[in-house]
Design a protein around this ligand. Sequence first.
Ligand SMILES: C[S@@+](CC[C@H](N)C(=O)[O-])C[C@H]1O[C@@H](n2cnc3c(N)ncnc32)[C@H](O)[C@@H]1O
Length: 251
Amino acid sequence: MIRLSHRLETIANYISKGETVADIGTDHGFLPISLWERGISPKVILSDVKEGPLEKARDNIQKYFPDNPFDIRLGSGLNTIGIGEVDAIVIAGMGGMLIADILAEDLEKTKSCQKIIMQPRNAQEKLRNWLLFNNFIIYDEVLVQEGKYICEIIAARPAGASGADGVNEESSSLNKKMNPLDLEISPILFDKKDPLLVEFLENKIRIENKIITDIKNGAGKNELKRKEALEASESRIQLLQELLKRSKREK
Ligand SMILES: C[S@@+](CC[C@H](N)C(=O)[O-])C[C@H]1O[C@@H](n2cnc3c(N)ncnc32)[C@H](O)[C@@H]1O
């Protein structure tokens, strides 16, 4: 049996038994191969924009299930699948803006699936913003430790699509009136008391402190710009510290 990393296993847990899946940017193909192997997904599509990663997926198929004719497709984003062809789309391990671009290319196709499970490596706030403004419901989020990184997994569905998630669309914690920090640190993580939230916030504070040190050491730069950048960082750190206090209190 293929053993998935904790990150991929967490993504796999969002797929319900019987759901068909397209893994966009599949690379090694472990996630869809495992979903099929465990009898969770009767049909999986392994899709990638480059031949090299698909070769890795073919090697893994050869190693584990040489007799199964897996559906491997070469092409960018959702161009490799048809409208309504799968129940769930997985896009993991790419930048948040690239994920948003892939979803935006053909909104009708994107909205023809019931759920989209994403793991953006950066620009998470931009992806959330894009999802909310394009009428998707972010129905769940979770943090996962992978090596020294904390990964953010976002589960969304088109508004109106029947979801087994039980999220009321009117009262979802994430809505279009979010402030920038809410878009960056999902309120869902507070609602759920995510076990990694404290560490996640502490990391952000550490990064901001480093930025402040760099600004203070940035002699020679335009003094006014330096002052503005310092003020912005200091007020951000204050907000982050308030969130940290709240997450520790509610833990
Ligand atoms: C870092 S790997 C992630 C692999 C796997 N999804 C995971 O999370 O472990 C990113 C993969 O996305 C693929 N990719 C990048 N842009 C893409 C696009 N526009 N459409 C499909 N795949 C893309 C890359 O070729 C690469 O194989």
